[in-house]
Design a protein around this ligand. Structure first.
Ligand code: DCP
Ligand code: MG
Length: 610
């Protein structure tokens, strides 16, 4: 095993204990019930053996002193003989009590298992919402979903069926050990001779099989990742006629999962088969020697009954111990996969977590930034924006525009330099406060499968309907929404309408406007709307925005030219900054792009005139 796998299968007791919160007493009641049920279970063959040997066989030696004094205090053998119904009654009573404790055990452990699974899912979801943005960019959604469902379920089933089962063989071995050894040492030794082998082999089996559980789980994770990716990218798959390739990929992942699970099941079957043989050999040994001793010495018939039923009763939980350990293997793999998520640190407050009133004076000072692969995506970016200004950002794709505005929201920490808002380093501003004060329309806006109203209201759930309409009007999307049959109550996504790219962008703009933040970011948010609508939205925005500082990222010079300041990015460097009038006079990227777009527009105009 590599060290990575070692880490993966490390038992994570801490997580399990954390999840017990609120359910410890159910576990305790369940554990006590299990022990009591096991105790009573052992009394049943014992009572039968007393009936045969002591009451019928008149053999007093078989009784341990405690039992003897109890029987004598109620009137001795004669009393039991004259009240013969007492022993069967005892058996019925024990059986009833046993039933009660089995019920209590089952009920309480079920409550605990379901509750702990719920705790686990809640904690996972909460944690996933709090880990840095970066984490989600690196891990596959299918894998996370598998961990939150299938792995949690494995742990739940383990708690439900196995967790306490370790107690059963221990209780049983102690009780039977005591009774059998005080009854007949020679027979006791014979009756448990093979049990250590059974336990040890099950233990080593468990150690060996653990990694195969992990392989099977990983293969399942990969399978669901492939499936999830394909369902999400269904359009791409069809558009590029990739069905065959994708099917091949899925079939491979599916086969891999089947092979690994099959191998695991084969190993389990071998284990059950071989441990069965051992178990029955043990019972056979006890029976053969019991009969032999009964014939050659003073060993009794009741003794044979007692020893064979105890041995049979013991081999089952001892062998079960192997299963418990094996399931523990599976559960620990799942637990450690959950721990992987829990161990990823949540977003931290690097500074003072202040909550100042934000007005929107922004300054970047020598900001450098690299994603974790190390190469700088932004280099020595310095500029300032005053409250209420509109800052436009232009640059070829991959030049770092999106990264720059993401830094402002502190989705990633800067590598060097500082970003300040109203003189306060953003690292010192409390994360939620900062993000609440920055409205952003992402480059690829995402709408939830909820109504349009709910989608817009996400930034401000209490906003009155009029405010929503107002925002939608500014974003030029109100009329479009009203044309839908259910208007603002139209569902978006799989079960509802499919919106065009431009409609999505405009709903995302309305959503941002509703936030009423002093800093606004539009990341290429007008790219999918026509120039006319673009202009209408910008004019409406200008009228409304008041004192908000606005960043507009765009490739269209017409969108940018009225900005107070235009930043031109090239390969992560800020190569030019100034107003349209200033930049158009300088030789450089801005002028070149302006000329090209101007030319294209003139050609288009001429084309339409012809
Ligand atoms: N990048 C990265 N990891 C991410 C996002 C981006 O390594 N999670 C890289 C890809 C680019 C560089 O960073 O080389 C800049 O990416 P941006 O998304 O900031 O680029 P733009 O927004 O300027 O590009 P576009 O106009 O295509 O949106
Ligand atoms: Mg971008």
């Amino acid at each position: 095993m590599t060290s990575k796998e070692n880490k993966k299968t490390k038992f994570s007791l801490k997580t399990l204990i954390k999840m017990m919160k609120g359910y410890k007493r159910y576990l305790l009641i369940s554990a006590i019930s299990l022990i009591l049920a096991a105790l009573i279970w052992f009394a049943i063959p014992y009572v039968s053996s007393i009936a045969v040997d002591y009451v019928i066989g008149e053999n007093e030696e078989v009784l341990p002193s405690i039992v003897k004094s109890i029987i004598e205090s109620i009137g001795g053998r004669e009393f039991l003989l004259s009240h013969f119904y007492l022993l069967p009654l005892c058996l019925v009573l024990f059986t009833l009590l046993n039933g009660l404790f089995v019920f209590l055990r089952g009920r309480n452990i079920a409550i605990a298992a379901e509750g702990m699974a719920k705790n686990m899912r809640d904690a996972l979801y909460e944690h996933l919402l709090l880990v840095p943005y970066d984490y989600h960019k690196h891990i596959s959604t299918g894998d996370i979903i598998q961990r939150c469902t299938s792995d949690v379920d494995t742990v739940r089933r383990f708690i439900l069926n196995q967790l306490l089962e370790v107690l059963r063989p221990i209780t049983m071995v102690i009780i039977t050990g005591y009774i059998m050894f005080s009854y007949n040492v020679k027979m006791a030794v014979i009756s448990i001779a093979l049990l250590p082998i059974l336990t040890i082999s099950s233990y080593f089996y468990f150690k060996y099989v653990r990694k195969y559980f992990a392989y099977s789980d990983e293969a399942e994770g990969k399978l669901s990742a492939v499936l999830q990716e394909n369902l999400t990218g269904v359009r791409v798959v069809r558009a590029f006629a990739q069905q065959k390739n994708e099917l091949k990929k899925f079939t491979e992942a599916n086969k891999d999962y089947k092979d690994k699970t099959y191998k695991l099941i084969k190993m389990l079957a071998f284990y059950w088969g071989s441990s069965d043989v051992l178990g029955y050999t043990q019972i056979l040994l006890t029976l053969v020697f019991g009969v032999y001793f009964a014939v050659t010495s003073d060993f009794t018939v009741g003794g044979i009954m007692l020893f064979t039923s105890y041995t049979a009763a013991l081999t089952w939980p001892v062998r079960q111990l192997g299963r418990v350990l094996a399931d523990m293997g599976k559960a620990t793999v799942s637990l450690s996969r959950l721990d992987d998520i829990f161990n990823h640190p949540t977003e931290v407050e690097p500074g003072k977590a202040l909550k100042p009133e934000i007005r929107g004076n922004i300054e970047f000072k020598d900001v450098c930034f690299a994603y974790d692969d190390g190469e700088n995506v932004l280099e020595n970016i310095s500029f300032s924006a005053k409250q209420g200004q509109t800052i436009a950002i232009l640059g070829s794709t991959g030049s770092g525009k999106t990264s720059l505005v993401h830094l402002l929201q502190r989705l990633y920490p800067v590598t060097r330099g500082t970003i300040t808002i109203d003189g306060e380093n953003i690292n010192d501003i409390e994360m939620h406060h900062l993000r609440k004060n920055i409205g952003i329309v992402l480059q690829e806006p995402f709408l939830f499968s909820r109504t349009i109203m709910e989608n817009i209201r996400i930034t401000n759930p209490d906003a009155p309907e009029e405010a929503v309409y107002e925002a939608a009007k500014i974003a030029s999307v109100h009329d479009v929404i009203c044309e839908f049959e259910k208007g603002y109550d139209t569902l978006v996504g799989e079960r509802g309408v499919t919106l065009s790219g431009g409609q999505k962008q405009r709903i995302a703009i309305a959503r941002m406007l509703l936030q009423n933040a002093p800093i606004l970011i539009l990341d290429d948010s007008l790219s999918a709307v026509d120039t006319e609508t673009d202009l209408a939205i910008r004019e409406a925005l200008n009228k409304r925005k008041g004192s908000a500082t606005t960043f507009i990222i765009s490739h269209r010079i017409t969108t940018l030219c009225n900005a107070d300041k235009i930043l031109v990015l090239e390969d992560g460097k800020l190569v030019q900054q100034g107003t349209h009038e200033e930049l158009i006079k300088q030789e450089g990227l801005y002028k070149r792009i302006a000329q090209i777009q101007d030319m294209l527009e003139t050609e288009l105009m001429e084309g339409s005139e012809e």
